[in-house]
Design a protein. Structure first.
Length: 143
């Protein structure tokens, strides 16, 4: 059984976003497995860097999408992303400095992502889906 199981209630109904979320879940599971299996620090650091980098890239993509559709809750969503980005980057630096916090970071990522998707991302889901139907029936958002 995976550390973080994707369930249908996490789907936003926006395929590109759901696929990115699923990829973050895969990274979190890889990080957890590396820690649980006592893999060497270099391997854990590599996975940790990948999950942080991909998460930050996802936030940028999501915010650009919300900006394009003129989502009214964009600023608040960005603030949540910024606060969490700082938190995970602090964990990343702490691990790089020798602290043994990779397991803690996997848990933080899992808990935050689960709650963020179910609460915050689900709020914009209907707005994005409606915008796509009206402006981009092929599902592609472009400036």
């Amino acid at each position: 059984m995976a550390y973080f199981e994707w369930t249908d209630d996490l789907d936003t109904g926006i395929p590109v976003i759901d696929n990115q979320h699923k990829r973050i879940v895969e990274y979190i599971n890889r990080l957890h497995d590396a820690v649980a299996n006592n893999q060497d620090r270099a391997t854990v650091q590599e996975i940790l860097d990948e999950v942080v980098d991909y998460t930050l890239t996802h936030f940028t993509f999501e915010e650009e999408m919300l900006e394009i559709i003129e989502y009214p809750g964009l600023r608040g969503h960005q603030q949540m992303h910024r606060a969490f980005s700082q938190r995970i980057q602090e964990h990343q630096r702490a691990f790089a400095s020798g602290d043994d916090i990779a397991g803690q970071l996997a848990q933080t990522l899992r808990d935050w992502l689960f709650n963020h998707i179910r609460e915050d991302d689900h709020q914009y889901g209907p707005v994005v889906r409606d915008w796509l139907l009206a402006h981009a029936p092929n599902g592609v958002i472009a400036r």
